[in-house]
Design a protein. Sequence first.
Length: 212
Amino acid sequence: MNLVLMGPPGAGKGTQGEILSKRLGIDTISTGAMLRAAIKEQTEIGKQVEKLINDGKLVPDDVMVKLVKERLQQPDCANGFILDGFPRTTAQAEALTESGVKIDKVLSLEVDDDKIVERLSSRRECSKCAAPYNIISNKPEVEGKCDKCGGELIQRADDNPETIKNRLNVYHEQTEPIKAYYDKMGLLVTAKGEEKLEDTTSNVAKALGLEV
């Protein structure tokens, strides 16, 4: 299966991508990881991308599509792939289609904005060992202290409510319109993100027509 995974920040795409990757035996392709690998290997695109990033510029759509297409031609993608973090705009989705990359399904994880804000602003991590916690769903045994090493639990700067709302606005304005594009092509399926991981996983399986 050639799958695009989309949804707002904090919807659980990374977790569901991992679960689907193991279940379907296909790799999750992250554009962030792709960019880092291209720069490290100093490929032709890697050098181009590195200069853009160092100059504080965005990587243009045509360069991103070229990079993605190059990556998807690797042997480990022969039986399918899960694209996470791309496309981010309708222009990128159109360019991906025009480049000849075949997509079987586009899965959108649906979670209400207020739930996202609550979920992400409740996240904490250990200042020493970076162990993750959530003051609602995954509390430490001692308030404010890491169970593993006793380090102080902190909130990441990008997990404050104002920053989360800004990230959600960017998603709604730039990325969400992709759903309409893929819906017209008959490729879009949706799954509701629930409080419990196993419930979300079940919804995802049903949406993709897999056995629950």
